[in-house]
Design a protein. Sequence first.
Length: 329
Amino acid sequence: MHYRPAAERYQQMEYRRSGRSGLKLPAISLGLWHNFGDTTLVDNSRQLLRHAFDRGITHFDLANNYGPPPGSAEENFGRILREDFHAWRDELIISTKAGYTMWEGPYGDWGSRKYLIASLDQSLKRMGLEYVDIFYHHRPDPETPLEETMRALDHVVRQGKALYAALSNYPAELAEKALAILRDLGTPCLIHQPKYSMFERTPENGLLTVLEREGVGSIAFSPLAGGVLTDRYLQGIPQDSRAASGSQFLKANQLTEEKMEKVRQLNALAEARGQKLSQMALAWVLRGDRVTSVLIGASKTSQIDDAVGMLSQRHFSDDELTRIDEILR
Ligand code: NDP
């Protein structure tokens, strides 16, 4: 059926400036790592994207290798974009990345100019786009000179194939060097995408401070720890969950008794705050305003509603923050 976005879509979302740039991102962004490849029915993916946009989520995050198979998330997204969102391209922020293994041989991985530029061209073809809004280097490359990788990002921005350059998975010290190179090239980094959640607090050890000082935004990936920081696994492992899907990134044996005890305690605290654990976990990542956007995944439209519902209950008392630190210790 022909799609028309909800008229009230911009009333429900908060838009936050990415660092000191001109770009605002929704407080909640949707990632297409899972549930957009060829193993998912395209109409399920379509419902997720429509629902997200109807709730004011204007930012969709991809990468060359999302699928499975790699590339298929971009292809399926491109099809949905063409069929449903064509008229709304200027209301969308679309990102993609290169940095992990994408094709065979020495030019399909890591951070060379050769790989990044070829990969972005492939991504644009798969999505049927003339440009992406944000192009990321997906992970640091220990062998390629940092200058070469940053010059490749600067190049694609100057070519107009990406509007902004960005980094992901760079530790604080390396990020600082990369940001300085990009600034000197005249293409300041828009945003950094680290893994950040109650269970993964590494960005608090320097990275968030560097980004704040340098005026660079941050978008936290896996803010729900892949679904662990929700009520999904409180009664066991549901058949339709990521942990049951054979994902190498969330295996059943990672749901240890110790971890689940923390999840139960966090869930009790969330209930006392009158919200779901998933909502408390997202609000916690956004606390203190150092994180621009939380980048969630979703397999159901109700999960998107949960995330948006979080926005009405974002405040934490000092006691609540202390209690969360105690539980996580
Ligand atoms: P999350 O931590 O948000 O996990 C999402 C999963 O949690 C969903 O697929 C769903 O799992 C479950 N879930 C979500 N909401 C709820 C809810 N309300 N109640 C119960 N369960 C819920 O993020 P992801 O790990 O999916 O990562 C998000 C995005 O981050 C990716 O799509 C990608 O864009 C980006 N990313 C970037 C990386 C990088 O290296 N830069 C690496 C990894 C991700 P279920 O399927 O079980 O329903």
